[in-house]
Design a binder for this molecule. Structure first.
Ligand SMILES: [Zn+2]
Length: 161
């Protein structure tokens, strides 16, 4: 006599058998055309013991995203948020620091988009600088002029040195 677990039970739509929850390997394709790569991600999923049908469960998409990030040597989505939290920045403020839109930052943190290698390195560098200075985040400069930003940045370095 097995204990019923109706609340968590999942029935296979193909054959009607019970499905079991677990972490399963799944192939993920990243990119397009000749540069497309195949990665094995380990995702939460329901698997039918009878017909082997697999249905991805909640958290599967972020697991696939993070597998791609691992493969590319990029920060995982939760690591980006961890950097932002450590620096004490809002999503909007961190987006300004990275010179991307808040929407883009939200997509990086939500696992909907993989940041470029350049943006990835810039985030790592921001954190390293932040830790090295042991100080509060640099005040934002709202001018779009790059020279203004650089001048403000140099001024800041002088002030905290
Ligand atoms: Zn089945």
């Amino acid at each position: 006599m097995t204990k019923s677990n109706c609340d968590n039970a999942m029935i296979c739509e193909c054959c009607g058998a019970a499905m079991a929850f677990g972490i399963v390997p799944m192939e993920v394709l990243y990119g397009a055309g000749p540069s497309q790569i195949s990665i094995i991600a380990h995702i939460p999923a329901w698997t039918c013991a009878a017909c082997q049908d697999v249905i991805s469960a909640e958290g599967a998409e972020i697991a696939e995203h993070n597998a791609i990030c691992d493969h590319l040597g990029r920060l995982q989505s939760h690591e980006i948020k961890a950097i932002r939290d450590e620096m004490g920045l809002s999503q909007n403020a961190f987006a300004l620091r990275m010179r991307v839109s808040r929407v883009t930052m939200a997509r990086w943190e939500g696992g909907a988009q993989v940041q470029s290698a350049g943006h990835n390195d810039a985030m790592v560098e921001l954190l390293a600088n932040f830790r090295a200075r042991k100080t509060v985040a640099r005040p934002y400069v709202y001018q779009t002029d790059v020279k203004h930003r650089e001048a403000a940045s140099m001024l800041f370095e002088l002030r905290v040195a």
